[in-house]
Design a protein around this ligand. Structure first.
Ligand SMILES: [Cu+2]
Ligand SMILES: [Zn+2]
Length: 195
């Protein structure tokens, strides 16, 4: 009788140990291999929260399925110059205490020259131009492989800027072109937040 009890207890405790090991192994191997931080898949931007006088209003949705996936940017802005091209960038800072002017320069973690969205050599924040229709409305539908919502190229907490003029995409042939695309003043800005 006693030996039998000991045997049963032995089998039960062996089972417990096996279950604990299985649980620990599963939880460790179930963790993502390369990504240890928080992965963000959705963000949003609200334009005109009172820091500029442009009359540009609208919002953007940003989504990224995985940290290595392209980011999709969708939204509508109204109040732009009709039939105008407007430089469209992510700037380094989301600090708008001094208006759109205090968001610093184009988001450029690798210290490269200004370029077009399709260029290898560009600022991470270089998203080219948005085009307004004859009513001053721009429907934005951009897919970009360089900006991210996670990691070194994360745009979270930074700001989108809509410029007064067309971005020459670094092809203008002067110093300003290689720095800002000669896109002129900052009409409107919006901070990129987690959605
Ligand atoms: Cu800009
Ligand atoms: Zn740039």
């Amino acid at each position: 009788m006693k030996m039998r009890t000991v045997a049963v207890v032995g089998v039960l405790s062996a089972l417990c140990v096996a279950i604990i090991i299985a649980v620990v192994v599963t939880s460790v191997s179930g963790a993502p291999a390369a990504q240890t931080g928080v992965v963000v898949t959705k963000a949003y931007v609200l334009f005109n929260i009172g820091v500029d006088k442009s009359g540009i209003v609208g919002s953007l949705d940003l989504s990224q399925d995985e940290p290595s996936s392209p980011v999709k940017i969708n939204g509508t802005l109204t109040g732009l110059t009709p039939k105008g091209q407007h430089g469209f960038h992510v700037h380094e800072s989301g600090d708008i205490r001094g208006g759109c002017a205090s968001t610093r320069g184009h988001f450029n973690p690798k210290m490269l020259t200004h370029g077009a969205p399709g260029d290898e050599t560009r600022h991470v924040g270089d998203l080219g131009n948005i085009m307004a229709d004859d009513k001053g409305v721009a429907v934005i539908n951009i897919t970009d492989r360089m900006i991210s919502l996670t990691g070194d190229n994360s745009v979270l907490g930074r700001a989108f800027i809509v410029h007064e003029k067309e971005d020459d995409l670094g092809k203008g042939g002067d110093d300003g072109s290689k720095k800002t695309g000669n896109a002129g003043g900052r009409l409107a800005c919006g901070i990129i937040g987690v959605a």
